[in-house]
Design a protein around this ligand. Sequence first.
Ligand code: GDP
Ligand code: MN
Length: 377
Amino acid sequence: MNLHEFQARELFSRYGIPFVAGEVAETPAAVRAIAERLAGPVVVKAQVHSGGRGKAGGVKVARDPADAAAHAARILALTIQGLPVRKVLVVPAVDIASECYLGMIVDRAAQRPVVIASAAGGMDIEEVAKSTPERIERIAVDPRYGLLPHQATALAFKLYQDLAHVRAAAEIARQLYAAFYGLGASLAEINPLATTKDGKLVALDAKLVVDDNELPAHPEIAALRDTTAEAPSEQRARDAGLSFIQLKGSVGCCVNGAGLAMATMDLVKFYGGEPANFLDIGGSSNPQKVVAALEIITADPGVRAILFNIFGGITRCDDVANGIVEATSRLSLKVPIVIRLTGTNEAAGVEILTKAGFSALTEMDQAVERAVALARK
Ligand code: GDP
Ligand code: MN
């Protein structure tokens, strides 16, 4: 689950991480009032579940309340990476001397939390990671002990020369690790971690993704979910009980089982295509789920072909076939659909689909290759 910057700031603050306090608003008039209260230059920041807000024009420094209101009007009209901006955060502007990056993720290869840091923080961190990876420091943390003081200090020495800065950064790294662990995060990030002209360290941005599996143990975080800020497709999928992740390709995938869904995406890539999504309709054969899945996939304008890949186990191929027939009779499909069914009640499934005018394949390779070719047309 993604959190907004203003929510992440609040949660990180509880662990001692230094932020400048701000307020959230939804209208330019409210932004003006906050800027008047804060008295002095402010930064107006789009609150969307997306990085790169700065580059998209979603972060602006304003010299006075009128300027802040004007920036807010423009930012509230923006759509950043497909997400409309509904809220902005207003914070006192900080005089930045330097920007570092400090982040934590769960590294599946290392099977550990990994702390990532760079002296080259700020808006170009992705570019730094790509073109000068030697400027990115990484430390794997043993979760039994957490981020130890000597590790945090060694890391901080890679970012700062000034001893006071090193001490402060080591402390912040330990606080961020505590937050990461305590909040059940899969990602926790401060970028930039800024030094100010008067020699202090302050976190100017906060990004937090909480592992969905941790939410039952953290009901107060689960309650922070802002469904209005999520992609409509992901909301729709959650409501329908589907595991869905939007991607950028052209082959819409509808698969039963997460493992098969991943294998299908691999095979789409193998045949030179790009999956438009990950979608696992789960183990049941409820035709409603198939209808919801097709609605979500067809709402994506990038989809040029739809690929069903169903392995009938508990899921019965005839049920899925009925779902497909029902769904396609309700929705008018504008893109070709390729169906592969195998396993329980395969023959019955193929018969239902053939009668309805679909061709059903039983070989996965053949189906994927065909879907990729159709998506290219
Ligand atoms: P992101 O682009 O989504 O990561 O948004 P950030 O919150 O990181 O803001 C982008 C950039 O705006 C930062 O890297 C800073 O350079 C700049 N910025 C953010 N807050 C301030 C501030 O208080 N003062 C100044 N001068 N710049 C800021
Ligand atoms: Mn940032």
